[in-house]
Design a protein around this ligand. Structure first.
Ligand code: SF4
Ligand code: FES
Length: 539
C-alpha cells in the first residue's frame, strides 16, 4: 500500500486523498481552520501549509522539496511523499497567519461561549505570539441576531467560510454570504432572510471560533464543566449520533457525533433542541393508583403488588403496548414480564408518529418523518418472544371489540408530545390499566396505576433506526427523582410475578438474554476518554 510520512509518522493511504485527510485518519493533528471533511475544499485560511518533499517525475521520481509551502488540505498525497509542519518555515507561516487573524479579534475570551473549544485559542496557545504588535484601534463589528437559533459575533470571525459553504452545499439555502472586502469583510445574512433552515444550528458546530453561537446555550455553562455522553437521536428514526453534554445531572446541549454512515457531522435543529422535556416540571415523579374514583399517590412496592393482583384477578387476557420511544432491551423485558403473567398476552407496538415525508439533502443526510427512535427494534424484540405483534391501531380495534377477551392492559409512553388518541383512550375504557410514562396525558387521571418512567437520556440501551442500523447509547444523566427506567420497572414487576429476587437493570445482561443474533447487530458508540492537559498543583 502507498505511504506518506507526516511529521515523521509513516501513514498508509488508499485512493486520492489530501495530506490533511490522511493525517486526520492517522490521528496526527495538523492546524487547520477552513478545511472540514463534510464541505468543499477552499484552502483559504493558509494555516495548514507545510513543507513537502515529493517524488519529482522530471528527476526520476527522486524526492525533492517543493519550493513553496503547500496547503495540506488541498495537496493530494503521493507514494513516498514527506510532509513537515513543524519545520521553522512551516511554523513561521503558522505564526504569521495567527498574528494576522488576531489583529482585529477582540480580547473577549473570558466572556465568549466558545472559550475552551476554540481553535483560535488552541492554536494561539500552541503557535501564537505571546504579545500583540498591533497598536492601532481594532475594527469593531456588531453582534447580530441572524436566525431563530444563531447569533453572529462578527468581529470574532476569521472568514474561514465554513458556514457559508454549509448553507450552500448542504442545506442549499444560501442564507449566509461574505459581504465587503479586506479588513471590513464580514459574514452576514441577506436583508430580511434569516438563517432559518432545518439544520441551521450546525453552523455553530462548524464555526472554529466564537463567531456563530447557539442562542439556546449562550452563557449557560462554561464548556469545560460539561461531560459528554455518547447517545443516539431519541426523537426520530434517524439514528443520528450525538453527544449529550451535561453537568451535575442537567442536560445543557446536544452536539452531533461524527458517523459517516449515518449522519455525517450534522443533526437537525429539531433533535438539537427537542430534549427540553427531559427536565420538564411536568414530569411524572410518583406512582399513583385509583381509589374511590380518584387518583392518589402510592409507593412503588404497593403499586407493583396492585398491578400483579389486578392483572391476575382480571377475567381475561393481558395486552401490552410497548412504545417505540423505548429501547429494544426494555421492550424485551416488558414483553417477558407480560408473558410471565399471561403466556397468551397480546403484544403491540405503540403509536408511531409520522410528520410529512423523509427529506434527503444533496449530501445524503436525511431528516426522518418518523418521530420515534425505535419502532423496528421494539417490534423485533417483541417478535423474538414468539408472538404476533400488532400495531397500535390493530390493538385499539381489538380493545374496542367487547369479544376480544382483553381484561387488562399495560401501556408505555415516553413521547415528548401528547400521544393518547381519543380512540385509544375510549377503547381502554374501564379495564384494569397500567400506564408507564414520563409526562401526564389524557389517560393519566384515568389509568388504574400510573408509574413514572425515564427518558432515553437517563438510561442505556439500543435503538434500531429507519435503515435497520442498531446502535447502543449510554445513560447521560441520573433518572429524575421519583421515576424509574422502564427496564427496571419491568424487572421489578417480573420479580413480583415470578417470586424471584429483584435484579438491577443492566443492558449487557439483558442483551445476553436476547441472543447472539441481536447482539451481533448492536454497534457500540466510540467513547471518548478526555484527559486534562492541566497539571494539578498541590497548594
Ligand atoms: S462565522 Fe465562523 S464559520 Fe463562518 S466564516 Fe466566520 S469563522 Fe468561519
Ligand atoms: S485548512 Fe488548509 S488552507 Fe485552511
Amino acid at each position: 500500500m502507498p505511504t506518506v510520512t507526516i511529521n515523521g509518522t509513516e501513514c498508509e493511504f488508499e485512493g486520492k486523498k489530501m495530506i490533511l485527510q490522511v493525517a486526520q485518519e492517522n490521528n496526527i493533528e495538523l492546524p487547520h481552520y477552513c478545511y472540514h471533511p463534510g464541505l468543499s475544499i477552499v484552502a483559504s485560511c493558509r494555516i495548514c501549509l507545510a513543507e513537502v518533499e515529493a517524488p519529482n517525475p522530471r528527476d526520476d521520481n527522486k524526492l525533492s522539496f517543493i519550493p513553496k509551502l503547500m496547503p495540506t488540505c488541498q495537496t493530494p498525497v503521493a507514494d513516498g511523499m514527506r510532509v513537515y509542519t513543524t519545520t521553522p518555515k512551516a511554523t513561521a507561516n503558522q505564526k504569521q497567519v495567527m498574528e494576522n487573524l488576531l489583529i482585529n479579534h477582540p480580547l473577549d475570551c473570558p466572556v465568549c461561549d466558545q472559550a475552551g473549544e476554540c481553535k483560535l485559542q488552541d492554536y494561539s496557545f500552541q503557535i501564537g505570539r505571546g504579545e500583540s504588535r498591533f497598536e492601532e484601534d481594532k475594527i469593531k463589528q456588531p453582534v447580530k441576531d441572524i436566525g431563530p437559533h444563531v447569533k453572529l459575533y462578527s468581529d470574532r470571525c476569521i472568514m474561514c467560510t465554513r458556514c457559508v459553504r454549509f448553507t450552500r452545499e448542504i442545506t442549499e439555502t444560501s442564507e449566509l454570504a461574505v459581504f465587503g472586502r479586506g479588513s471590513s469583510e464580514q459574514i452576514d445574512v441577506f436583508p430580511g432572510i434569516p438563517l432559518d433552515n432545518d439544520l441551521s444550528a450546525n453552523v455553530v458546530d462548524l464555526c472554529p471560533v466564537g463567531a456563530l453561537l447557539d442562542k439556546d446555550f449562550l452563557f449557560t455553562q462554561r464548556v469545560w464543566f460539561l461531560s459528554k455522553t455518547p447517545s443516539i437521536d431519541g426523537l426520530t428514526a434517524s439514528g443520528d449520533n450525538l453527544s449529550i453534554e451535561h453537568n451535575k445531572g442537567k442536560v445543557y446541549r446536544f452536539k452531533p457525533r461524527e458517523n459517516k454512515d449515518i449522519n455525517g457531522w450534522w443533526i437537525t435543529d429539531e433533535v438539537r433542541y427537542g430534549w427540553k422535556f427531559i427536565h420538564s416540571e411536568e414530569r411524572l415523579a410518583q406512582p399513583t393508583r385509583q381509589q374511590i374514583g380518584g387518583s392518589i399517590k402510592t409507593d412503588w412496592d404497593r403499586a407493583y403488588q396492585d398491578i400483579q393482583q389486578g392483572i391476575t384477578q382480571a377475567d381475561g387476557k393481558l395486552a401490552l403496548m410497548v412504545s417505540p420511544m423505548l429501547s429494544s432491551e426494555e421492550a424485551h423485558l416488558l414483553g417477558t414480564w407480560a408473558k410471565s403473567i399471561d403466556p397468551d398476552a397480546i403484544l403491540a407496538v405503540g403509536p408511531i408518529p409520522v410528520e410529512g415525508e423523509d427529506r434527503t439533502f444533496a449530501n445524503g443526510y436525511t431528516i426522518c418523518a418518523e418521530k420515534c427512535p425505535n419502532s423496528r427494534g421494539v417490534r423485533r424484540a417483541l417478535e423474538n418472544l414468539g408472538s404476533e405483534v400488532l400495531d397500535a391501531d390493530a390493538l385499539t380495534a381489538l380493545l374496542a371489540d367487547k369479544k376480544s377477551g382483553i381484561a387488562s392492559i399495560a401501556l408505555t409512553g415516553n413521547y415528548p408530545q401528547a400521544w393518547i388518541s381519543k380512540e385509544l383512550s375510549k377503547a381502554v375504557g374501564k379495564r384494569f390499566s397500567v400506564l408507564i410514562d414520563t409526562l401526564p396525558n389524557s389517560l393519566t387521571p384515568k389509568a388504574t396505576i400510573v408509574l413514572p418512567s425515564a427518558s432515553w437520556a437517563e438510561k442505556a440501551g439500543s435503538f434500531e433506526n429507519h435503515r435497520g442500523q442498531v446502535q447502543a447509547f449510554d445513560a447521560a444523566v441520573p433518572v429524575q427523582e421519583g421515576a424509574r427506567p422502564e427496564g427496571q420497572i419491568a424487572l421489578d414487576l417480573l420479580a413480583v410475578s415470578t417470586g424471584e429476587p429483584r435484579s438491577i437493570f443492566d443492558v449487557a445482561t439483558v442483551r445476553s438474554q436476547m441472543g447472539d443474533d441481536f447482539n451481533a447487530t448492536v454497534v457500540e458508540p466510540v467513547r471518548e476518554v478526555v484527559e486534562s492537559e492541566l497539571q494539578f498543583v498541590e497548594l
